[in-house]
Design a protein around this ligand. Structure first.
Ligand code: NAD
Length: 329
């Protein structure tokens, strides 16, 4: 039996990536939607054959508690709204998938984890790359010390966003490049080293001040790890980049792209990284649903989202003060 998933927020990522992926999954299917736009409800209902009883708006969403068709609520809203909808889904007794960035503060992440624990439901964060065998390969090389300890990492994630009036440009909705594309660069460094950073420095920049009035358009950040490894990371809404480079004691690794939806590939001192993957989001959805069905560990639970947001908070503080900010776990 497939788990029924309800998508909350029918914007770009739900429309272009998650709904199509849910047509390829074995362990789950698109059972319901939650939207504030009646016209979208009509479109989706026809396109995906969703019964009226599985269509909700933001006001009647909590009554999803009484709907046995829905096993998982997948929150795909602007980041500032993640906490509210994860908590409401948990209180409705549904397992929750939540898009990255998990939330806009450590406090919110902790409240989301607690709400899921209190209601005995699971929480997974939409870190699709962690389900990609190409990511798992650079993680393995670091973990197994194939080339000795990772010493220095460079990682960049960015794209040119042409929009001028979107939540990504609004502070109150959780915009800014750091929590959005920045978490990919942060994940690249964290996963390559296999440790949590202990201190950070950072510099925020704006290339187009007429568009980025409230949030950073670009962030450069540097991470120091307990083993002595250091990382220089870059992220931007104004520059195209998608690469990871790791220099180990006795070797190197380069991936480009490292965090795309598909086609992640690279090479290292002793070979190539180029695992085929049919659909990253379908793999993520199936693996997370299988973990729910079997009661096994999720690849990226709420705690993993919290680890990133803890560093994001420190990065903002470092950019503001110009100093080094220590991170306590
Ligand atoms: P989007 O702007 O295209 O969609 C956001 C949706 O939220 C829209 O349907 C909008 O109507 C709805 N919404 C409800 N209340 C809103 C409000 N007050 N203000 C603005 N929108 C509101 O955004 P998106 O690109 O689909 O991103 C949604 C989430 O998915 C974000 O958390 C984002 O970081 C994440 N995302 C993840 C990936 C990934 O690769 N994992 C890719 C893209 C987006």
């Amino acid at each position: 039996d497939k788990l029924g998933i309800a998508l909350v927020g029918l914007g770009y990522y739900s429309t272009d990536l998650l709904a199509p992926a849910l047509q390829m999954t074995d362990k789950c299917y698109l059972a319901g939607i939650v939207t504030g736009t009646p016209a979208k409800a009509e479109q989706w209902k026809k396109k995906y054959n969703i019964p009226d009883k599985n269509i909700y708006n933001y006001q009647n969403f909590d009554s999803i508690a009484n709907n046995p068709d829905i096993d998982v609520v997948y929150v795909v809203l602007p980041p500032s709204m993640h906490r509210e909808y994860v908590v409401r889904a948990a209180k409705a007794g549904k397992h929750v998938f939540c898009e990255k960035p998990m939330a806009t503060s450590v406090e919110d992440c902790k409240a989301m984890i607690k709400a899921c624990e209190d209601n005995k439901v699971k929480l997974a964060i939409g870190y699709r790359c962690q389900h990609d065998p190409n990511t798992q390969e650079y993680m393995r090389i670091g973990r197994e010390k194939t080339y000795g300890k990772p010493m220095m990492i460079a990682c960049g994630a960015g794209y040119v966003d042409g929009r001028t009036n979107h939540w990504k440009q609004k502070k109150a909705l959780g915009g800014g490049c750091m929590p959005d594309m920045g978490v990919y660069a942060l994940q690249g460094a964290r996963l390559a080293v296999g440790e949590e950073p202990i201190s950070v420095t950072a510099q925020a920049h704006v290339i187009r001040p007429e568009i980025y009035k409230e949030v950073e358009e670009t962030m450069l950040f540097q991470l120091q790890f307990p083993s002595g490894a250091v990382a220089a990371c870059h992220t931007s809404f104004g520059i195209n980049m998608n690469y990871l480079q790791v220099n180990y004691e006795k070797g190197w690794l380069k991936m480009e792209p490292f965090s795309a939806y598909g086609g992640n590939k690279g090479s290292h001192s002793g070979g190539l990284i180029d695992f085929p993957i049919k659909n990253q989001q379908a793999k993520q959805l199936d693996e997370d649903c299988l973990a729910l069905i079997n009661g096994t560990q999720l690849i990226a639970p709420g705690e993993e989202g919290l680890r990133d947001i803890r560093v994001v908070e420190a990065i903002y503080q470092a950019a503001k003060t110009g100093g080094t900010v220590k991170i306590s776990s």
